[in-house]
Design a protein around this ligand. Structure first.
Ligand SMILES: NC(=O)c1ccc[n+]([C@@H]2O[C@H](COP(=O)([O-])OP(=O)(O)OC[C@H]3O[C@@H](n4cnc5c(N)ncnc54)[C@H](OP(=O)(O)O)[C@@H]3O)[C@@H](O)[C@H]2O)c1
Length: 311
């Protein structure tokens, strides 16, 4: 996502080098969506994989659900829709930009005005037609996941999940996914970067950075939220890894697949090496105490985006 929107400016030449490096080191589970730069992100990935003749080396997941381009362009991210016609149209746009159908295709957000009885069969049809191998939902409610799974098996659930955001452990969503055999993909596993320790003030974000609009990163909230960041730094130093690696190792230890984002090859190396960080039961207990006592203050999205999650 950061290559195309959200986290300040990006340079396509640098992004392409980072993606090529990801292939070199075997970091080949990639996540994109049509809405990331309104097609820019899928096009970027498609160009890299075509130039390097590497499509077969990478598992690519993409998402639809924002009517951000195509026959009904809207301003901003566009409104959320899960209409069968949208799903059928947007998968073809993804194929055009990527140069192939993605391996996994998610509904990025749930549109409550389209019954699941319509949207889930439309998503499942992409699988039975042989276009995609897996289907998923992103940021739905536990009730939606259960109902969707009764219509067709949902392979993957993408949720915000990190030591800094554990709400889905309490609202039944993670329990439902485990019970239903749905793989959990954890986005923003570094808490949108905060757990890395590199941001010490809201002014550290670039001018047009989306985090400047997120309550959790504003004013007094930001200052209060530094507590977990500082403690993470201390525990990481004790463990002999970086704070980002500690966060990623914790997410993996919960049985979820973390998908951190970075624009640079050096941070990619750092994050990918987190696979080698193993946490003992005592370390996991210590981290759990910290997580429970240093819950974040402030919403994880601004009002407009907050209203779109958990449907
Ligand atoms: N389903 C959804 O609704 C949804 C929502 C958000 C994201 N996602 C997906 O999840 C992916 C990851 O989300 P995210 O980007 O928010 O994840 P994240 O990894 O929690 O945060 C990324 C931020 O952390 C920084 N960072 C990464 N590694 C670092 C390190 N080792 N040291 C210091 N800073 C580091 C990055 O800066 P640099 O780039 O400067 O390194 C970037 O600003 C996205 O790319 C997107 O594909 C999905």
């Amino acid at each position: 996502m950061g290559f195309s929107q959200g986290y300040g400016p990006a340079d396509d030449a640098v992004s392409k080098k980072t993606l090529a490096h990801a292939i070199d080191i075997g970091c080949t589970f990639w996540d994109t969506a049509v809405v990331y730069g309104k097609g820019h992100n899928e096009t970027l990935i498609g160009e890299v994989l075509r130039d390097l003749n590497a499509r077969d080396k990478v598992f690519v997941a993409s998402k639809c659900g924002f009517d951000c381009i195509g026959s009904t362009p809207q301003s901003g991210l566009g409104t959320v829709t899960n209409k069968p016609a949208h799903i059928a149209e947007y998968i073809e746009g993804s194929r055009q930009r990527l140069g192939f159908y993605p391996d996994l295709y998610y509904l990025h957000r749930i549109d409550p005005s389209t019954p699941l009885e319509e949207s889930i069969p439309a998503l499942q049809k992409l699988k039975t037609d042989g276009k995609v191998r897996y289907i998923g939902l992103s940021e739905c409610s536990a009730a939606t996941l259960r109902k969707a799974c009764a219509i067709a098996h949902i392979d993957a659930l993408q949720i915000e999940y990190s030591p800094w955001h554990t709400d889905h452990e309490d609202n039944g969503l993670i329990d439902a996914a485990r019970e239903l055999g749905v793989t959990i993909i954890a986005y923003s596993p570094l808490g949108k970067g905060i757990l890395s320790g590199q941001y010490r003030s809201p002014d550290d974000f670039p001018a047009d950075d989306i985090r400047r609009t997120i309550p959790r990163f504003q004013g007094d909230n930001f200052a209060k939220n530094m507590r977990i960041v500082d403690e993470f730094g201390r525990l990481a130093a004790k463990k002999g890894c970086t704070p980002s690696q500690l966060a990623l190792a914790w997410v993996a230890a919960q049985g979820a697949i973390p998908i951190p984002g970075t624009k640079t090859a050096s941070r990619l190396d750092e994050n990918f090496a987190a696979r080698n960080v193993e946490l003992s039961d005592d370390e996991l207990k210590e981290l759990r105490v910290l997580i429970e006592t240093a819950k974040p203050v402030g919403n994880r999205y601004g009002d407009v985006h907050m209203a779109m999650v958990g449907k």
